[in-house]
Design a protein around this ligand. Structure first.
Ligand code: S3P
Length: 184
């Protein structure tokens, strides 16, 4: 595992906000996979979905992960909400770093994304039903794909970041101890 922290979770769970806070607290770089893809393709996500389709976008997520594994260190990576769903991506995420699932309730998602037009998957007649269905399907996948699960509802960004840093330090410490034992 590389020395990065990777945030996964549903749209609106706070990956970007928490990620930027973590990057500031730990003096790490910050990368958002959606932004990374938009820059590489010179196109916004909505247009990628509309002109090239979701499968094409999912392929870009996989190739971006491969690139990030080879070029990042001490970076907070905020990943697109659907990225961990491909089995190969889930494996790549765990290579990329300490994976944290920010678990959110659907009411919070709806509240936060009210009026948002940047998420093609929620541009439908009944976004509430869509969020409920997607979350129900994705929650167990996110959970299995993570080293740590943090429930975010009702918590401040500071409290969430602290919880992540505390667990990240514990993981690093236990890795050091494992290495020590092996070297004796
Ligand atoms: C998606 C989430 C979005 C973006 C795309 C698809 C998803 O990222 O990658 O619209 O499948 O949940 P955010 O989770 O950053 O909104």
């Amino acid at each position: 595992m590389k020395d990065n922290i990777v945030l996964i979770g549903f749209m609106g769970c706070g990956k970007t906000t928490v990620g930027e806070k973590l990057a500031a607290d730990l003096s790490f770089d910050f990368i958002d996979t959606d932004q990374y893809i938009e820059e590489k393709e010179a196109m916004i996500i909505n247009d990628i979905f509309a002109t090239k389709g979701e499968e094409y976008f999912r392929g870009l997520e996989t190739s971006s992960l491969e690139e990030l594994i080879s070029c990042t260190e001490k970076t907070i990576v905020s990943s697109g909400g659907g990225l961990p769903l491909r089995k190969e991506n889930a494996e790549l995420l765990k290579k990329l770093g300490f994976v944290v699932y920010l678990r959110v309730q659907n009411e919070t998602v709806l509240q936060r994304l009210k009026g948002d037009t940047t998420r093609p998957l929620l541009a439908c007649e009944n976004p509430a039903k869509r969020v409920e269905e997607l979350l129900e399907f994705r929650d167990p996948i996110y959970e299995v794909g993570a080293h740590l699960v943090v429930d975010v509802d009702g918590k401040t960004v500071e409290a969430i970041a602290e919880e992540i840093v505390r667990n990240y330090e514990i993981m690093r410490q236990s890795k050091k101890e494992d290495k020590g034992i092996g070297n004796e």
